[in-house]
Design a protein around this ligand. Structure first.
Ligand code: F6R
Length: 241
């Protein structure tokens, strides 16, 4: 596990962008596993700047997102489809046909999970981007999720719904369930970049760095992956000795 320190959120976002662009210069048609939330938003902003100011093209990349809420229409402003469109896709030259998210409105949700896992296997993720929940979740794999789990439907932990309520009009509006890549799906990626910023993430980063592995702390599975980088800022690393 490789640790990269950043001074703050902006520095973390710039370093993450450099990392992603390095990958794309080696492999212009790379498959990127994407995350939503506050953590990668600054990285996406940097990727957009590179496109607009330096003509970097994302035409050949393919993307596959970690998760989507169940029951929110794709065009709801809080769906992860909308997040990706507004924070990244609509500002760059990636064809939308090259982008993939789970369909949280599928009539047959278990079939949608199987379709998504087959897509992950078919595309093969070169670089998976991850944030981390305060409880150690990755994707929406909450504590207690089996490390063997592939894409599945999950019920969000109450603490996760509270953390995500900041994007919704009220806590009641936050969906109860989501489709998420499983821990085993994430572990299939060739390379993983986990980002963390702010004091709110310090306890999770401290636990991750302790090296102790267990299903009560999903991110700890990353110790079993051969190619992981943790990119964290000073505040997120503030309690790591
Ligand atoms: C998002 C995701 C989640 C977030 C995590 C941290 O697609 O899968 O695991 O990465 O909840 O969220 P933020 O970045 O908003 O603190």
């Amino acid at each position: 596990m490789n640790i990269v320190r950043a001074s703050n959120y902006e520095d973390m976002s710039k370093k993450a962008a450099e990392y992603v662009l390095r990958k794309l210069s080696e492999k212009p048609d790379a498959v990127l596993g994407l995350a939503t939330g506050s953590t990668p938003a600054g990285l996406y902003e940097q990727l957009i700047i590179e496109h607009q100011k330096r003509n970097v093209s994302y035409r050949q990349i393919r993307t596959i997102n970690l998760d989507e809420y169940i029951g929110l229409p794709a065009d709801d402003e809080n769906s992860y489809h909308s997040f990706m469109n507004t924070q990244l896709f609509r500002h760059i030259d990636i064809p939308l046909a090259n982008t993939h998210l789970p369909n949280g409105e599928a009539a047959d949700l278990p079939a949608e999970c199987s379709r998504y896992e087959a897509l992950i296997d078919h595309l093969g993720i070169d670089l998976q981007l991850l944030g981390i929940g305060e409880n150690g979740h990755i994707g929406f794999n909450e504590p207690g999720t089996s490390f063997g789990q592939t894409t599945h439907m999950t019920t969000l932990a109450e603490s996760t719904r509270q953390a995500n309520a900041r994007f919704f009009p009220s806590i009641e509006a936050v969906p109860q369930q989501a489709i998420t890549m499983g821990i085993a799906s994430i572990m299939k990626s060739r390379e993983i970049l986990l980002m963390a910023s702010g004091r709110r993430k310090a306890a999770a980063i401290e636990r991750l760095m302790s090296g102790e592995t267990g299903e009560d702390f999903p991110a700890s599975v990353l110790h079993r992956h051969p190619h992981v980088t943790i990119l964290a800022d000073e505040e997120a690393l503030s309690t790591v000795t």
